[in-house]
Structures are given as structure tokens and as C-alpha cells.
Design a protein around this ligand. Structure first.
Ligand SMILES: *Cc1c(COP(=O)(O)O)cnc(C)c1O
Length: 384
């Protein structure tokens, strides 16, 4: 039986062109970019090319604004902690939203224990915040606003450009967790008024364990890691040269193929959502109808617990998620769906399908068939 992978928001495979890009730097080109001799200089050249390429892919003004990290989680932690620490003279107030990834929420929680003040904005029924809401939360001592670009659970895309604008106008710094957005939907750090942006390679067909933080020129940020002078003394640690080369290649390809891929995947997404609405009376579709990632379908199958559904889908060779990967497997309900005001029954029965490069209409039809079976089983249980 053919396996069906529908959890591309959790992670992607490494595409062939990216793997090929990385391979030379594991053995022949293994030099340390900080070494002054020839092989070191060559490795430094690889980093330079990757930085330039990624700056261009993100619309950044300079390659010096791209900083390599070990993952999206590190980028988020660094943005929040590094900015609040470096700008403590201005104030200790941070604004974020209730539908952030745990990498942002838990970093904000840690800052609270250190005496910082955090305003967590409530989200609407789709998981979004408005520019108006953000503007009203700003104070004289607000240092940073952090709003997720596109939600990893329900796929809702925030009005980032409008938010960025009001935050910039107020003279406050703006960070966005763009881990789900980068490589999936168009974004531009300058046009979107972004000061800091987090991304992670394994969400766009690059390798795991490498990410980046864009920091706009002139923004003061304290290091998270102390040690050597890498990344202009902002992030110590020998750079992951092969994976950085792979990440830059993966982002470039994603940007080049974006229009076509968005069209193809959003058609499949819309087909799946339409069929769900048509054939599954117990189903509720979560997230925004149009301001939504092209590959995300999130539904609640009322009366069927997520875990039972996941197990039964897994037995049928279908891999999906109950929400974020970090909370599936534990019984913790999704903080995003709760923040959206979903009733407990819908929170308990949420399923996230995230489509990708290998997804076909035939696969979607097979999944719909399995969901229908689950549905009938629940109906029969209720009858007796
Ligand atoms: C996956 C993800 C992260 C964490 O990235 P890692 O590289 O896995 O640490 C952060 N934010 C969002 C929105 C994500 O989807």
C-alpha cells in the first residue's frame, strides 16, 4: 500500500537538488570557515554565497542582515531574548499573540520570569490579529512586537504588512515567525516593514537543524550564544556549512517555483475542503477561508477524538497530525484552537493535513474515503 504523507508542516524531505548542493561540503569541502588558509576561505565563500542568495530571496537590503542559526526555534528565542535584553533601556514590554508557535510563547514566558512584561493579544475565530489590535497594545515602553506570519496549525495568514507598518510608525521593533510562510507564500522583509524574521530549512525541502534570523541593519540584538566571532560576533559556533548551502538552495528553488506550486497545491487544498464540507456532516473546517496557507487543511470531526482518528489513519498508511507536531502524542489540547474560541469538542477532534510536492488528487480521494469510514463508525456508535 502506498504511504500518504500529509504532514508537510511538521517537516519535509530534502529535495534532490538540495541534497546534491550539500554533499561536497561533508568531505572534500569540509574546511572551517573561520580558518585563514585556502580550504577555510573556500568554506567562508560558500557561506557568503548562501547569505547573498537568501538575502535576495527575502527581499533584504544586505547579505549582512542574514544570520545562520541551528533551527527555527533558536531564531525565535534569539529574536525575543536578544532584542529585549539589548533594548532594556527603552523598556521591558513585549507584545505577541495567543496563536504563536511554542518557540515564541515559551520564550516570552521565560522573559516574564526575568521581569519583562508580556501582552498576549487574543486572536479572532480564524486565529488572526489585526493591525488595529496591535496598535492599541503599543506603549511608550514597548520594545518588540512578535506576530506569526502564517499559523502552523490552522494555516491562517496574518495581515503582516499592515501590522509591520503600524509598528514601524510607532518606532517599535517587529519580529515575525515566518517558518511556515517562507518558501510557501510571497514575502518581502522591506515591503512588509519587518525588522526580524525567523525561518527554518526543513519546512521548505531543506535539511533539519538549520535556520536563519533576518535582523535589519542597525537593529541592536544581544547574542544568545557566546564564544567565537562567527556571524559578526552575534552568534558563536562553527557554521553548519553543508546545511547552510542546502538551505539557501532550497529557499531559492521555493521562491522560483512559488507561483506554480501555490496554484497547484491550493487547488488540491480547495478540492479537499470542498469534499469535506460536502461529504462529512460532522466536519468543521478550521482557519480562514482565503487568508490561508496554500497547503493547509485543518478540520474537526466532531465525535471522533483526534488520537483515535490519527491511529486509524496511520493504519491505513496516512500520516497527518492533530495540530502542531509538538503537542500530538500528548493529550494537551491545541492552544491555537482554544485561543480561537473553539468548543472543547472541536478542539479534541482536530486533524491537520498539510499537502506538499508529492501530494496528488488520488491521495486526497483515498484520505477522504478513510475519513468517511471514520464518520460512519462514529454514527453507528451513536446509534447504539
Ligand atoms: C516548525 C516551526 C518552528 C520551529 O522550527 P524548528 O526548526 O523545527 O525548530 C517555529 N515556528 C513555526 C511556525 C514552525 O512551524
Amino acid at each position: 500500500m502506498e504511504k500518504i504523507y500529509l504532514d508537510y508542516a511538521a517537516t519535509t524531505y530534502v529535495r534532490d537538488e538540495v541534497l546534491e548542493e550539500m554533499l561536497p561540503y561533508f568531505k572534500e569541502g569540509f574546511g572551517n570557515p573561520s580558518s585563514l588558509y585556502e580550504s577555510g576561505r573556500r568554506a567562508a565563500g560558500v557561506l557568503d554565497a548562501a547569505r547573498k542568495s537568501m538575502a535576495k530571496s527575502l527581499g533584504a537590503a544586505s547579505k549582512n542582515e542574514i544570520h545562520f542559526t541551528a533551527c527555527g526555534t533558536e531564531s525565535d528565542n534569539w529574536a525575543l531574548r536578544g532584542i529585549m535584553e539589548a533594548n532594556a533601556k527603552k523598556g521591558k514590554h513585549l507584545v505577541t499573540t495567543a496563536a504563536e508557535h511554542h518557540a515564541v510563547l515559551h520564550a516570552a514566558g521565560h522573559l516574564e520570569t526575568l521581569g519583562y512584561e508580556v501582552t498576549v493579544l487574543p486572536v479572532d475565530e480564524y486565529g488572526a490579529v489585526s493591525a488595529e489590535q496591535v496598535k492599541n497594545a503599543l506603549r511608550a515602553d514597548t520594545v518588540l512586537v512578535s506576530v506569526i506570519y502564517a499559523n502552523n496549525e490552522v494555516g491562517t495568514v496574518n495581515p503582516i504588512r499592515e501590522i509591520g507598518r503600524v509598528v514601524r510608525e510607532a518606532g517599535v521593533l517587529f519580529h515575525t515567525d515566518a517558518v511556515q510562510a517562507a518558501g510557501s507564500i510571497p514575502l518581502d522583509v522591506q515591503k512588509d516593514w519587518i525588522d526580524l524574521l525567523s525561518l527554518s530549512a526543513h519546512k521548505f525541502y531543506g535539511p533539519k537543524g538549520v535556520g536563519a534570523l533576518y535582523v535589519r541593519e542597525g537593529v541592536k540584538i544581544a547574542p544568545l550564544l557566546y564564544g567565537g566571532a562567527q556571524e559578526r560576533k552575534r552568534r558563536a559556533g562553527t557554521e553548519n556549512v553543508p546545511e547552510i548551502a542546502g538551505m539557501a538552495k532550497a529557499l531559492l528553488l521555493a521562491v522560483q517555483e512559488m507561483d506554480e506550486e501555490m496554484r497547484r497545491i491550493s487547488l488540491l487544498r480547495d478540492y479537499m475542503m470542498e469534499k469535506v464540507r460536502e461529504c462529512l456532516p460532522r466536519a468543521v473546517v478550521n482557519g480562514h477561508g482565503t487568508h490561508r496557507l496554500p497547503n493547509n487543511v485543518n478540520i474537526s470531526l466532531k465525535g471522533i477524538e483526534s488520537e483515535a482518528a490519527l491511529l486509524s489513519l496511520d493504519m491505513a498508511g496516512i500520516e497527518c497530525s492533530s495540530g502542531s507536531a509538538c503537542t500530538s502524542g500528548s493529550l494537551e489540547p491545541s492552544h491555537v484552537l482554544l485561543a480561537m474560541g473553539k468548543p472543547p469538542e472541536e478542539v479534541r477532534s482536530a486533524l491537520r493535513f498539510t499537502l506538499g510536492k508529492t501530494t496528488t488528487k488520488e491521495q486526497i480521494d483515498r484520505v477522504l474515503g478513510q475519513l468517511k469510514e471514520l464518520h460512519c463508525r462514529a454514527d453507528r456508535l451513536e446509534e447504539c
